[in-house]
Design a protein around this ligand. Structure first.
Ligand SMILES: *Cc1c(COP(=O)(O)O)cnc(C)c1O
Length: 404
């Protein structure tokens, strides 16, 4: 973009050599000649050309520039550049939701006959997408224990194109060794895709550990205040160009308004993640000492079976913890209903703390047998720790404990 500035290097930021926190605040912005300090928003569906020749050159890809907001929009591109800089990827492609990100990856990078090996502890809709819809395109999925490297290896076939995982998983915090799985994937010419929704680049950088692609539901921590639905994929230019091609045609694109909200979210993401992490760490340890609690799941606890891997792979443990209360489903419901301040909702990654009963909500569509296999017990409660005062959060949890 022409800047019109006497010293463009002074107002256009080059992220090279800068830390993640700095990139969160500054990377990706291309200032217009008016010199706006904050990011502008471009709510326009199309862009105009100065001549028929120019229009033809843009559509033909011979000249760079904006065309139509399904696939080119400056606000969306600014968000893509910023998250790519934070994850350490060559390029990002924004999508209308986290699910649209996975759908777009699946349909752009695979074809009929290809195979996916997927952690069995991924977001419920991810499983539905693979089993109900990608299967219709002849792309089949095998599920494995995310923590067991040998299980991943055994599931790989000659036609395996993608390994897909979330670490730490939701809601039990099971972990996969990203570096080890990247090696496995590459030995078999497959791509390792990591859903980095729970830790974000503030606390975990899968690409640096060898993963090929990172994806996000931007709806969660990237927004951080529960306003917009969106997603993004980040990786190398070659694969991202394929994903971009799908978005351009398939229309799974992000709106400029949402991109602007996510851009603003990224600016405070590292700060928020540290605060979520600190509060969740304190509460996890506190909960572990409460008599009404059977078990706490949080990768930051020394009692977590993969705590050592968590310390090696992550820069923090995140803001989501889960715990089993002593008792059954009724006890878990009594606990939830006795709290006063925290929000009873399925969402997470918000400044407002949320409390969820996975067995009857987020994991309610699974059969009881599948749920048991996944370790989602009826007395399990998920807690996404927000930014309220920690003593107030303890007070609310104490109300729950007293109701057991
Ligand atoms: C919410 C979520 C998704 C899906 O994202 P949407 O934005 O709701 O479509 C995918 N993966 C994880 C880990 C999630 O938490």
């Amino acid at each position: 973009m022409t800047t019109g500035f006497e010293h463009p290097e002074r107002v256009q930021f080059d992220a090279e050599g800068y830390a993640t926190d700095t990139r969160a605040v500054r990377a990706g912005q291309e200032r217009t000649p008016v010199g706006e300090h904050s990011d502008p928003i471009y709510p326009t569906s199309s862009f105009v050309f100065s001549s028929a020749r120019e229009a033809a050159a843009r559509f033909g890809g011979e000249e760079e520039g904006m065309i139509y907001s399904r696939f080119t929009n400056p606000t969306v591109h600014a968000f893509e550049r910023r998250i790519a800089a934070m994850e350490g990827g060559e390029r990002a492609v924004a999508t209308s939701s986290g699910m649209a990100a996975i759908l777009s990856l699946g349909l752009s990078l695979m074809q009929q006959g290809d195979h996916v090996v997927c952690s069995r502890s991924v977001f419920g809709s991810t499983v539905s997408l693979f089993d109900k819809y990608l299967s219709r395109a002849g792309i089949l999925t095998t599920y494995v224990d995310p923590t067991d490297l040998a299980d991943w290896e055994r599931a790989i076939r000659p036609e395996t194109k993608m390994l897909f995982l979330e670490t730490p998983s939701n809601p039990l915090g099971e972990m996969s060794d990203i570096a080890a799985l990247a090696e496995v994937a590459h030995k078999h010419d497959a791509l390792l895709v990591v859903d980095n929704c729970f830790l974000t680049p503030a606390l975990q950088k899968p690409l640096e550990l060898g993963a090929d692609i990172v994806m996000h539901s931007a709806t969660k921590y990237i927004d951080g205040q529960g306003r917009c639905v969106g997603g993004v994929v980040v990786g190398r230019e070659a694969e991202m160009e394929q994903v971009f091609g799908f978005i351009r045609t398939g229309g799974t694109c992000m709106s400029p308004f949402n991109a602007w909200v996510f851009l603003k979210g990224l600016e405070t993401l590292p700060l928020r993640m540290r605060a979520h992490n600190d509060a969740a760490s304190q509460l996890a340890e506190w909960l572990e000492q409460q008599p009404g609690i059977e078990r706490v799941y949080y990768t930051g606890l020394k009692s977590h079976p993969q705590h050592e891997l968590a310390c090696r792979q992550q820069k923090g443990f995140g803001g989501v913890l889960s715990f089993e209360v002593k008792g059954d489903k009724a006890a878990a419901w009594r606990f939830i209903d006795a709290t006063r301040m925290v929000s009873i909702t399925g969402n997470l990654g918000d400044v407002k703390t949320t409390i969820t009963h996975p067995a009857t909500t987020t994991h309610g569509r699974m059969t009881p047998e599948d749920r048991a296999r996944a370790g989602i017990r009826d007395n399990l409660i998920r807690f996404s720790v927000g930014l309220e005062d920690i003593e107030d959060l303890k007070k609310d949890l104490q109300l729950g404990l007293a109701a057991l």
